[in-house]
Design a binder for this molecule. Sequence first.
Ligand code: EPZ
Length: 430
Amino acid sequence: MEKFVINGGIPLNGEVTVSGAKNAALAIIPAAILCNDVCRIENIPVSISDVRYMISTLKYIGANVRFIDKSTIEIDSRNVNSYMITHDMTKHLRASYYFIGALLGRFGRARVAMPGGCYLGPRPIDQHIKGFEALGATISVEDNAIVEADSVKLFGAPVYLDIVSVGATVNIMLAAARAEGLTIIENAAKEPHIVDLANFLNSMGADIRGAGTDVIKIRGKENLHGCTYTIIPDQIEAGTFMVAAAATRGDVIIKNVIPKHLESISTKLVECGADIEEYDEAVRVSMTGRPGRCNIKTMPHPGFPTDMQPQMAVLLSLADGTSLISESIWSNRFKYTEQLLRMGAKITIDGQIAMIHGVEKLKGAPVKADDLRAGAAMIIAGLCAEGRTEIEDIMHIKRGYENVVEKFGNLGADIKMIYTIDPFDINCVG
Ligand code: EPZ
């Protein structure tokens, strides 16, 4: 079993470079099959496991993928020959369902097993299905396990999303890029990775306007072509380092970022007393003294991202005063607080609201990563805490963060990965 071991209490100092955006990459990889050509994708976080699984899925349906260097791949989609993806492929991550939209766009049909992914509460796909049906596809879901999508031809259509959904917006964009006529998605998600997907598709010859607003217009094209594209920096990885810098009372320059994407995070950190300097492609975050309290409500972009909620909860656990976090996207995103309690945090949960009474210190403890961002929060807590923290289930962290030990280690953190054998593992031989 792999674990992270952290000896905390050291302020982070120095410079760190953020990788390409995971959630943009997860949409752009399947989008590459919409052309019968080669796409070169730069600044892609190839060592995170979610990206690896998506690349494996591409290969499974016939694409050829070449690793050019540590952040560049080439996807050759000329030999993609299957519209079927099994549970073995999809069980690892949520974004595997983007292959439904991409295969519908390419072949007019798709048979894709239901996706896995972090459990953050129920994750229905009704808005995705509503979008595909509006474009003329017939959808059936067999035993809640396999989505079968079929169409003679896709036609552009208006789609109003009843709920702002990143995944449904992506999936409808993918299918509509090659549908005949105009698709208009109303109440669309506005996250930076939606804009990045639109820019990638437009580089392939698509005609997509309005991404980044809540109305996206897609005029379908009969064919798309290959392109070279550079993925945006990861907003959430950048935010995680920003919070880690402030929570450890350090001073860190975070490079390869788009400061505009970080505004909601910067605003809250400043409210808590951090100093933030913005440069063209970097931010510097420093904090002296104990953080102040603040209240947070998670919202779709440009609101405060739910994917930064657990990390901020660690900082607020150490704040002077009582803070409230209201989670409005996911119904089960406070599970990690049980781990923080083990480290001495004082948090009470009432439905979708966490009340956090700041304490002077956290203490190291054995904890686990319940999901990806919960794992990021455990790292920050371990870095701040007195003594030794061991984090189990780090496979969740590896889904979304590259080179964790190197990146935090270069900032002065005492963090290492260890391998242990669980003596209570009944499958262990010997
Ligand atoms: C994306 O998930 C991200 N994943 C998540 O990041 C992120 O937490 C989430 O958006 C919100 O920002 C990827 O981009 C791969 P949604 P997604 O559809 O697309 C409800 C991380 O840590 N809903 O915007 O699955 C849904 O239940 C991950 O990187 C429906 O009701 O999220 C939720 O309450 C975790 N019906 C809300 O909408 C639908 O058909 C938002 O979900 C679809 C969604």
